[in-house]
Design a protein around this ligand. Sequence first.
Ligand code: PHE
Length: 337
Amino acid sequence: MEEILSLKKSFLKESKSARSLAELQQLRVKYLGKKGLVTSKLKTLSTISPELRPACGRAVNEVKRYITEELRKRETLLKEEEHKRLVLSEAIDITLPGKFTPFGREHPVNKVLSEIIGIFVSMGFEVEEGPEVELDYYNFEALNMPKDHPARDMQDTFYISEDVVLRTHTSPVQIRVMERRRPPLKIIAPGKVYRCDADISHTPMFHQVEGFMVDTDVAFSDLKGVLESFIHSFFNVETPVRFRPSFFPFTEPSAEVDIGCTFCSGKGCRVCKNTGWLEILGAGMINPRVFEMVGYDVDLYTGFAFGMGVERLAMLKYSIDDIRLFFENDMRFLRQF
Ligand code: PHE
């Protein structure tokens, strides 16, 4: 009897310290298994005297029931604890702020560029492109700027080699297109250009849109009409436009086009140096020397050409006073467009 009772005690102690289902299983085997402590006690019952046997039998069975029931309770408890641990470890804190994925947006230069292209396309111009690494021939020579000619000083150039440059303007696209195609032509050529120049209004890379039209009777008045329509559409129908005589080797006559200062509405300010006018582009009638270079009949064809700086137009439209802001990638600036 004592042995039976001490079995119960030792089980109680051991079961309290069992921390896992595996440990419980070990206990089950130790006490209730085929060779377990309780099982072997049951087997020894037959060796006990018949008077004591029923009481001992009851006691062993009672301990067996007790241990079985205890194991069951402990098992339920451990399973519950394990479940709680699992739930806690897998829990998601839905009060945490989500991970923010910033959205990109169109760069102001690209935005203005698309707007410019859109206006000219609506007037029937086609878009053509040319290489940014350009032959000296297309960038200068074919545009009536021979080697060592002082006219080249107008553009500070990045030379790759004697004959290859980073294009300093989009005008070489005129030559490439005219070599390939015959008039009538109404073309714009947007793209990046490079000049060895950097200050508050110049960056070594910037964007231009070239435009030109060639046909049998293109006149200066066509140039004026096209550019005035463009300016009124890009800025404002009321924006004053002025053509001022100028010089480019590849146009004759040449002009620079000014608009009424967008900062002071023509009253005179620091930006327009008190003139009330701002220069926005160069233009002119295509020089017959250029037509000769591409083999066009100079008695048959006339044409106009113009070139504008995209950053400059963007600065005027949005009142930006430093061109470098476009390329610093400061999100506070870029988000405003
Ligand atoms: N290519 C000239 C420049 O970059 C602009 C221009 C283009 C002038 C076409 C006249 C005609 O300064």
